[in-house]
Design a protein around this ligand. Structure first.
Ligand code: ADP
Ligand code: MG
Length: 339
């Protein structure tokens, strides 16, 4: 006879964690998004061994009150929505309340956090979903997450990680996108004690592009701007001379979130069609600000794929705006850098 039984909590948590936490870069993504949601103006991500042995995310955001910390680590615990209708107007990057519980299920986690209103902060440790310690401690305002030994209790998952160098590469790419998506936040990324990325948070997107992609790219950008009932579109597209053989340079962000959208990609590429050779793809760094009720970000757990309720309108706006940027300027390469 087969015995059918409900799984125990710890097994359920580990399985659920697999949906959100696939590799070290998933931990960094979730924790940096939480830092942004907490209103941080400076966020530092530090990793060792590709994030496999250590990930440390420090922010100067609002912090977590002592009596809230263990709740924050419960599954489906969030301060960002309270009912399903809130999904229509949610402006935070997170809202599912799944990240902290997932990370704690498969890592050893320490949090040091302090809210502005209190004298002392809190140190909290949780490993494999088990609380280890809560104590008061002196700390600056904000939150530091220390995440050690990802998948230490799920060896089958650990086996699927790539080399430290490859994992570090994923995190580096992620941090670049975070910096591009939030020019108002100062980001720092440190890999094995070496600073790999440092942005100033001065709101200047071009400075960030320069810092990440270098002078040749920054010198060949065309500004893009449009505003209307759909919201706002702003940023840069590259002149056709800096196109490349893959889509890695096609970055766009909707309401501060790096996303994929077939509609936006198609509109951008269609706009470039007559300006570019086949199998070449443009550089773009575009920021969309779109009212929440025109979006569905709830399509996928990692929220990468985005849906619009007004697909055709978005297509037309992106196409027209990019097209206009490309047509309105000389397309020969610039030698100097305008900054
Ligand atoms: P979500 O982001 O979907 O709400 P998480 O599991 O990522 O879920 O976080 C749970 C809650 O913990 C958040 O809603 C927030 O209130 C709190 N929190 C997490 N990280 C931070 C942080 N860096 N600063 C302040 N509060 C945080
Ligand atoms: Mg979150």
């Amino acid at each position: 006879m087969k015995n059918i039984a409900v799984l125990d909590e710890s097994t359920i948590d580990k399985i659920a964690a697999g949906e959100v936490i696939e590799r070290p870069s998933s931990v960094v993504k979730e924790l940096v998004e939480n830092a942004i949601d907490a209103g941080a103006t400076a966020v530092t991500a530090e990793i060792k061994d590709g994030g496999i042995s250590l990930i440390r995310i420090t922010d100067n955001g609002e912090g977590i009150a002592k009596d809230q910390i263990s709740t924050a680590f419960l599954r489906h615990a969030t301060s960002k929505i309270t009912k399903v209708e809130d999904l229509l107007s949610v402006s935070s990057l997170g809202f599912r309340g799944e990240a902290l519980s997932s990370i704690a299920a498969v890592c050893q986690v320490e949090v040091i956090t302090k809210t502005a209103g209190t004298l002392l902060g809190t140190r909290y440790r949780i490993e494999g979903g088990q609380e280890i310690l809560t104590e008061e401690i002196g700390a600056p305002d904000g939150t530091t997450f220390l995440v050690n030994n990802i998948f230490y209790n799920t060896p089958a998952r650990k086996k699927f990680l790539k080399s430290a160098m490859t994992e570090a590469g994923y995190i580096s790419e992620l941090m670049e996108r975070m910096a591009l998506s939030h020019p108002e936040i100062a980001f720092k990324f440190i890999n094995n004690r070496q600073t790999r990325l440092h942005t100033s948070g001065n709101h200047n997107l071009k400075d960030i592009i320069y810092g990440i992609y270098g002078r040749d790219i920054a010198a060949n950008l065309l500004p893009v701007k449009a505003e209307g009932a759909f919201g706002r579109l702003e940023g840069f597209v590259g002149k056709p001379v800096i196109s490349r053989g893959n889509r890695n340079f096609e970055n766009y962000f909707v309401n501060g979130r790096y996303v994929k959208s077939k509609i936006i990609t198609k509109a951008i590429e269609d706009a470039y069609k007559t300006f570019m050779m086949q199998h070449k793809y443009p550089f773009t760094a575009l920021h969309f600000t779109i009212p929440g009720d025109l979006l569905d970000v709830n399509v996928h757990p990692t929220k990468l794929e985005l849906r619009f309720s007004n697909q055709e309108e978005i297509y037309q706006i992106v196409y027209d705006t990019v097209r206009q940027a490309l047509s309105s300027r000389e397309l020969i390469p610039d030698v100097g850098v305008e900054r």
